[in-house]
Design a protein around this ligand. Structure first.
Ligand code: RIB
Length: 279
């Protein structure tokens, strides 16, 4: 039969290495790769299309057998070409596009937002704010959509002015929250990722707002760090480690059997200490 040369190396590109969500993905991906006798090269694109394209080229030059790509959002033309022209097996993770024979591992982000909204309305909150991720990233739009859906079902209005522009980063969240909380009375906030929840904690603490007595906070991701917060953060779990393992499994299936599959993980509500019944 035909003998194909393999390097037994895989590449992984993440959009932001300093967000603890992505090391968790790397952990899962690397464990699964090693288990299957592959090594993993990890690259960081810093949410920059140019860096992503460079790394794709580099990984191909290194003759990796396949690439796991967590893109900034939809793939750029160049990235798509890099992947498709070289006929290199690849799997998309967390962001990117679904369908069309892609292999991909994604989360049902709308459902996640919905669970967050339902949790807060179940606790009786009506004055609620939402801090979004970057407006142009679909993950972040879908979370807001699901969140609004849950509020609507409970006849709670999410005022436009209570939709806060975040960017998935802690520092921006801190600044935006500090300004907002000083001037508005809400009893609950949904942060579209855990890092932003950390920034909101700091703002609340500095203003003297008590969590959860005066303000309930729910996050998104369930990064390992959030159980060290006081109070422990209630959040929407993605199961990032497992998703990373699954993505490598799909990648190896693609390499070895040329089979495509898309897996959508279900988010789950993890109730800890940062949310409580309205008084
Ligand atoms: O915290 C980083 C966020 O960006 C995560 O929620 C993940 O889903 C990604 O899109």
């Amino acid at each position: 039969g035909l003998v194909t040369k393999r390097s037994n190396m895989l590449g992984l590109i993440v959009p932001n290495i300093s967000n603890p969500f992505f090391p968790e993905l790397c952990r899962g991906a690397e464990d699964e790769a090693n288990k299957r006798q592959y090594s993993l090269i990890i690259c960081n694109s810093d949410d920059q299309t140019q860096k992503e394209e460079n790394y794709l080229r580099l990984l191909k030059e290194q003759q990796v057998d396949g690439i796991l790509l967590s893109s900034k959002d939809r793939l750029s033309k160049t990235s798509k070409n890099q992947l498709q022209s070289g006929k290199i097996p690849y799997v998309l993770f967390d962001r990117g596009e679904e369908g069309n024979n892609y292999s991909g591992v994604f989360l049902d982000n709308e459902k996640g937002g919905y669970l967050a909204g339902k949790h807060l309305t179940d606790l009786g909150h009506t004055k609620i704010a939402c801090m979004t991720g970057p407006q142009d990233i679909r993950n972040s739009q879908q979370r807001l959509l699901g969140f609004q859906q849950a509020l609507m079902e409970n006849s709670v209005n999410l005022l436009g002015s209570f939709i806060l522009d975040g960017d998935f980063q802690m520092d921006t969240a801190y600044r935006v929250a500090k300004d907002f909380l000083q001037n508005n009375n809400v009893t609950a906030i949904f942060a579209c990722n855990d890092l932003m929840a950390c920034g909101i904690y700091r703002a609340a603490h500095e203003i003297g707002i008590q969590i959860p007595e005066q303000l309930s906070i729910i996050g998104f991701d369930d990064i390992p760090l959030v159980t060290a917060l006081i109070p422990k953060l209630t959040t929407i779990r993605q199961g990032t480690y497992e998703m990373g393992r699954k993505a490598i499994e799909l990648l190896i299936n693609k390499i070895e059997n040329n089979s495509s599959e898309e897996v959508v993980f279900e988010p789950t509500l993890i109730v800890r200490e940062s949310t409580e019944q309205i008084r």
